[in-house]
Design a protein around this ligand. Structure first.
Ligand SMILES: NC(=O)c1ccc[n+]([C@@H]2O[C@H](COP(=O)([O-])OP(=O)(O)OC[C@H]3O[C@@H](n4cnc5c(N)ncnc54)[C@H](OP(=O)(O)O)[C@@H]3O)[C@@H](O)[C@H]2O)c1
Length: 310
C-alpha cells in the first residue's frame, strides 16, 4: 500500500532532474534515430543526403593521422553520409581519400565530387586523369570547375567524359562574392548539373541571386563554408543554444548553422569540412529532424548578426 509521506524539496528536485534527464535522453535518441533527409539532383533524380563532408584538410600523414581520417570517413558512411567533396589542389587530399577507399571498400557507398583547376584542354585532361588515379576510381560522381577556372574551355571536356560514363555530373564552384556576377553569367549561359557556393548564416550573399537562379535553372547546389571556416563557432563562443533551437531538433551550434543553410529550399547538400569522427556525427545530426521555415530563418539571421556585431 502506498503511503503519503511528505516529499522533501531535495527529493522533488532530484526526481525533477531525473525526469528532465530522461526527457533529454529520449529527445537525443529520437533525433539520432530520425532518418537523414535527402534531396534530388534535378538533372538526374539521384537523391543525396543533405549533409556531406568537405575534405580540404585531408592529407596523407603518419599512422595515427591516417587512422583518424579513416575513422572520420568510415563514421560518415556508417551514419548515412555519401557526398564527399575534394579537389586536386587540396594538398594530397585525393590521394588520402583514395587510400582510405582502397582499405575500407567504401567507394560504392559514396558520391565522390572533385574539381578541375586548369584552363587548357590538354592540361585539364591530364589533371582529370590524375584525379581518377589518386582517388582510385573509374567513375567520378561530380567534377566541378574550381573557382570557375576553365568555364570557357573545359565544359566540353567534362561533357565528353560524362557522355562516356566516366563522370556522373558536371558543375562549377566559387567561394567568393567577387565571382558571383561571373558565376551568374555562366549559370545563365550553360546547362549545369550542379553549382557549389559559399553560404552560411553569417554569409548570406549567395541567397540573394545565385540560389534562386539555381532553383530556376534546375541546378543542384552544394554549399561550402557552412561554418565560415569555423569562424561562426568562435563568434558564438560558449553561448547556450537559444530556445528556438529545440523547435528544429538542434543539439549543437553546428546543427543550428547547418539547418539554417538547409532551410533554403534551393540547397541540395551542405559540405562542412571536418577531420574528426565526432564532428561528422554532430554534423550529420544537422540533416535529421525538422528544418526552419522562412520566418525562423529570419530570426536565426537576426540573432547571429547581433552576436557578430557585439
Ligand atoms: N571554391 C571552392 O570550391 C571551395 C572553397 C572553400 C571550401 N570548399 C569546400 O567546402 C568544404 C568546407 O569548407 P571548410 O572546411 O573550409 O569550412 P567550414 O566547413 O565552414 O568549417 C570547417 C571548420 O569547422 C570545424 N568543424 C567541423 N564540424 C564541426 C563541429 N561539428 N563542431 C565544431 N567544429 C567543427 C572543422 O574542424 P575539424 O576538422 O576539427 O572538424 C574546421 O575547422 C571544404 O572542405 C571544401 O571541400 C570549396
Amino acid at each position: 500500500m502506498a503511503t503519503d509521506r511528505p516529499v522533501s524539496r531535495r527529493q522533488a528536485l532530484k526526481a525533477g532532474l531525473a525526469l528532465a534527464a530522461t526527457a533529454t535522453f529520449a529527445a537525443q535518441a529520437a533525433r539520432a534515430a530520425a532518418p537523414l533527409l535527402t534531396r534530388p539532383v534535378p538533372a538526374t533524380g539521384v537523391r543525396l543526403p543533405v549533409v556531406g563532408i568537405g575534405t580540404n584538410r585531408f592529407s596523407t600523414g603518419d599512422a595515427a593521422w591516417n587512422a583518424r581520417l579513416r575513422d572520420t570517413l568510415s563514421t560518415f558512411a556508417r551514419l548515412g553520409g555519401t557526398v564527399v567533396d575534394t579537389a586536386p589542389s587540396y594538398g594530397d587530399s585525393e590521394r588520402a581519400i583514395g587510400a582510405i577507399l582502397g582499405e575500407t571498400g567504401l567507394r560504392e557507398r559514396l558520391f565522390l565530387a572533385t574539381k578541375l583547376d586548369r584552363d587548357g584542354v590538354a592540361d585539364g585532361r591530364q589533371r582529370l586523369e590524375a584525379s581518377f588515379a589518386a582517388l582510385g576510381t573509374r567513375r567520378l560522381d561530380l567534377v566541378q570547375l574550381h573557382n570557375l577556372i576553365g568555364a570557357r574551355t573545359l565544359l566540353p571536356l567534362l561533357r565528353e567524359q560524362q557522355a562516356a560514363g566516366r563522370i556522373g555530373h558536371v558543375g562549377i564552384t566559387s567561394s567568393s562574392d567577387s565571382q558571383y556576377a561571373e558565376m551568374e553569367a555562366i549559370m545563365r549561359r550553360e546547362k549545369l548539373d550542379f553549382i557549389q557556393v559559399d553560404y552560411a548564416v553569417g554569409n548570406r550573399g549567395a541567397g540573394e541571386r545565385l540560389l534562386p537562379l539555381a532553383a530556376d535553372r534546375g541546378m543542384a547546389v552544394l554549399v561550402n563554408l557552412p561554418f565560415g571556416r569555423g569562424a561562426q563557432f568562435r563568434a558564438v563562443g560558449g553561448r547556450p543554444l537559444p530556445g528556438w533551437a529545440a523547435e528544429i531538433d538542434c543539439a549543437s551550434w553546428a546543427q543550428v548553422f547547418l539547418k539554417y543553410v538547409l532551410g533554403h529550399p534551393a540547397v541540395t547538400c551542405a559540405i562542412p569540412g571536418s577531420t574528426q569522427a565526432a564532428h561528422v556525427e554532430d554534423n550529420l545530426g544537422g540533416g535529421r529532424g525538422r528544418l526552419p521555415d522562412a520566418a525562423l530563418r529570419q530570426v536565426m539571421a537576426v540573432y547571429f548578426d547581433a552576436i557578430a556585431d557585439s
